[in-house]
Design a protein around this ligand. Structure first.
Ligand SMILES: NC(=O)C1=CN([C@@H]2O[C@H](COP(=O)(O)OP(=O)(O)OC[C@H]3O[C@@H](n4cnc5c(N)ncnc54)[C@H](OP(=O)(O)O)[C@@H]3O)[C@@H](O)[C@H]2O)C=CC1
Ligand SMILES: O=C(O)[C@@H]1CCC=N1
Length: 277
C-alpha cells in the first residue's frame, strides 16, 4: 500500500483545498500535511480543518518530502526561490501552476548549469474537489521511478492521472482538462437558460441539464463506440436533434471550441514567457 509522505503545500487556495480534501479522503494522515498560505482568513480555515499552517516557509519544514506549489503563475518564481533554502537535494517538487515550465522550475531550484531533476509539472482540475478530477503530469528525464510513482499516487487521490511527454503537452492538457470544467459549466448554463426560455422552470432545467450531461458522459465512457456514432444514434432523420445540430454547425461550434482551446494553449505559452525563467 502507498505510504503517504509528509507534504508541504505552498499556496492554500482553491486547488490546494481540492488536493488536500482528496488526500484526506484517501486516508492521508492530516499530520503529514502542512499549508503555507499568506492570507490570514485562509490560514484560519486550514487550522479549523486540523491542518498545520504558516505564512512563510521556515526551517521547521525541511523534513517535508514533497513540496506542492499551488500559487498563481505570477507568484511562482518568487515563491520557489523563497522556499529553496528549505528543500533537500532529494525533495520532490510538484508544481500545478499553469504555464510554468519544467525548465523554469528546474533552473530556479538548481541552476542553469545543473537543473534540479526531482520536479513534476502537473495540471489537475477542479472536479478534484469531488474526487473526479483528471491530472496531466510531465517530468524531466532525470526524475526517479520512485518519485514518478509518488506523484502518480498523490494526484490519484483526486481522480485519474495521465502522463504526457513534455511542457507543450501540459499546455495542451491545460487547454483541455485544466480549463475544461469552465467550458462544461458554460454549456450547462446555456442549457439551463435555453430550457427556461422554452418555458421550463430553473429547477427543472437544471435537473434535466445535469442528468443529460452525466448520462451522456457515462454512456460515452462505457461504450466501445466513438462519440460521433453515439451522436448519430440520437439524431433521427428529419427530427429534432438534426434541427438543433444544424444550428450548431451553422454557428461553427466545433471550430469555436477548437479556437477557444487554442487561446488557452497560447495563454499558457505566454504565461511561460512572462513569468518563467
Ligand atoms: N483553479 C483551477 O481550476 C486550476 C488552477 N491551477 C493552477 O493552480 C494554481 C493555484 O490556483 P488556485 O488554487 O485557483 O489559486 P488561488 O488564488 O485560489 O490560491 C493561491 C493562494 O496562494 C496564496 N499565495 C500567494 N503568494 C503566496 C506565498 N508567497 N506563500 C503562500 N501562499 C501564497 C494566494 O494568496 P493571494 O490571493 O493573497 O495572492 C492564494 O490564497 C495556479 O497556478 C493555477 O494556474 C491548476 C489547475 C486548475
Ligand atoms: O485559468 C487558469 O489559468 C487556471 C489553469 C487551468 C484552470 N485554471
Amino acid at each position: 500500500m502507498f505510504k503517504f509522505p509528509s507534504i508541504a503545500f505552498i499556496g492554500g487556495g482553491n486547488m490546494a483545498n481540492a488536493l488536500v480534501s482528496g488526500l484526506l479522503n484517501q486516508k492521508c494522515p492530516s499530520e503529514n500535511l502542512h499549508v503555507i498560505e499568506v492570507a490570514d482568513t485562509l490560514r484560519e480555515q486550514w487550522s479549523a480543518k486540523n491542518i498545520s499552517t504558516s505564512s512563510t516557509p521556515d526551517a521547521g519544514l525541511t523534513n517535508k518530502k514533497v513540496w506542492i506549489f499551488a500559487v498563481k503563475p505570477q507568484q511562482m518564481k518568487e515563491v520557489v526561490l523563497a522556499c529553496k533554502p528549505w528543500l533537500s537535494s532529494d525533495t520532490l517538487v510538484i508544481s500545478i501552476a499553469a504555464g510554468i515550465s519544467i525548465g523554469s522550475l528546474a533552473s530556479w531550484l538548481g541552476s542553469d548549469e545543473s537543473p534540479y531533476q526531482n520536479v513534476v509539472r502537473c495540471m489537475p482540475n477542479t472536479p478534484a474537489l469531488v474526487g473526479a478530477g483528471v491530472t496531466g503530469l510531465a517530468a524531466p528525464l532525470g526524475l526517479s521511478l520512485q518519485d514518478r510513482d509518488t506523484a502518480t499516487n498523490l494526484l490519484s487521490a483526486v481522480g485519474q492521472t495521465v502522463w504526457v511527454e513534455d511542457d507543450r503537452a501540459i499546455d495542451a492538457v491545460t487547454a483541455l482538462s485544466g480549463s475544461g470544467p469552465a467550458y462544461v459549466f458554460l454549456f450547462i448554463e446555456a442549457l439551463i437558460q435555453g430550457g427556461e426560455s422554452l418555458g421550463l422552470t430553473a429547477q427543472q432545467s437544471k435537473e434535466l441539464a445535469l442528468a443529460t450531461l452525466a448520462g451522456a458522459t457515462k454512456l460515452a465512457s462505457n461504450s466501445s463506440e466513438p462519440p460521433s456514432t453515439l451522436r448519430e444514434r440520437v439524431t433521427s432523420k428529419g427530427g429534432t436533434t438534426a434541427a438543433a445540430l444544424a444550428v450548431f454547425q451553422d454557428s461553427k461550434f466545433v471550430h469555436i471550441v477548437s479556437e477557444a482551446m487554442r487561446a488557452a494553449d497560447l495563454r499558457a505559452a505566454e504565461l511561460s514567457k512572462e513569468f518563467g525563467a
